[in-house]
Design a protein around this ligand. Structure first.
Ligand SMILES: O=C[C@H](O)COP(=O)(O)O
Length: 259
């Protein structure tokens, strides 16, 4: 068993207004408390839309919750005339500890490149937060059998020039696009194949200490019914959960399945 602390991360995507966010975080805290959740054995993270972050911060601070929270994206700019952008400083001020970048939905709908994703990860790390760097292949790539090379290419392009020490501080989330929101989960073997290959690539590029320290998550229709098997895989350290993170009970249940 590794000494990496598992991470159960709920990406709310573009769902929930601030009242619904309030309700979900309180319900999640209660469900985790009822289950006797041990946060030192599995970190629990919620990733609301920007408009809900202040609400989540208020509840977490008022109730001294151990739930962490973060953002779904960030700007590579510091401040100024960048309409619609949100800076790392704005997020740290709100107490965010994680930021997602490179989600396939942003790559597809906002044309985000590996280089931009890498620059966002750099910015987040420099601001003292933890980047969650997403990668994953489309169905055509999977069918062509080139998914491992494709995913490693995304990661290597984003992390080009990084030091081993910095790579050890990030989280990588492998999310096969064909499994996102479709109900079609990669099998535990499929997920392990790619997550294992990511770890071996980190070993080759950055050395043993980094490969053994970097947390790798699986994402794509993860839910209470399949999380146990996914978490039992040697190179899967948690999950980036979409739909199932919008229900307090199911997400709390998933956080309880650390290996
Ligand atoms: O960021 C989360 C992933 O896109 C997975 O979403 P999903 O669990 O709804 O398939």
């Amino acid at each position: 068993m590794s000494n990496r602390t598992p991470l159960m991360a709920g990406n709310w995507k573009m769902n929930l207004d601030h009242l619904e966010a309030n309700h979900l975080v309180q319900g999640l805290a209660m469900a985790l408390s009822d289950a006797g959740h041990d946060y030192s054995k599995c970190e629990v993270l919620v990733i609301p839309p920007f408009t809900d972050i202040r609400t989540v911060q208020t509840i977490v601070e008022a109730d001294s919750l151990d739930i962490k929270y973060g953002a779904q994206d960030v700007s590579i700019h510091d401040n100024g005339a960048y309409t619609g952008e949100i800076s790392t400083a704005m997020l740290t001020k709100l107490g965010c500890s994680y930021v997602v970048m490179g989600h396939s939905e942003r790559r597809e709908y906002h044309n985000e490149s590996d280089e931009l994703v890498g620059a966002k990860a750099r910015k987040v790390l420099d601001a003292g937060m933890t980047p969650i760097l997403c990668c994953g292949e489309a169905l055509e790539v999977r069918k062509a059998g080139t998914h491992v090379d494709f995913v490693l290419g995304q990661i290597r392009a984003a992390l080009a020039g990084w030091s081993a020490e910095d790579v050890a501080k990030i989280v990588i989330a492998y999310e096969p696009i064909w499994a996102i929101g479709t109900g079609e989960t990669a099998t535990a073997d499929d997920a392990q194949e790619v997550c294992g290959a990511i770890r071996e690539a980190l070993r080759a590029d950055f050395g043993d200490a980094t490969a053994d320290a970097t947390r790798i998550l699986y994402g794509g229709s993860a839910k209470p019914a399949n999380i146990k098997e996914l978490m039992a895989q040697p190179d899967i350290d948690g999950a980036l959960v979409g739909g199932a993170s919008l229900k307090a009970d199911s997400f709390a249940q998933m956080a309880g399945f650390y290996a």
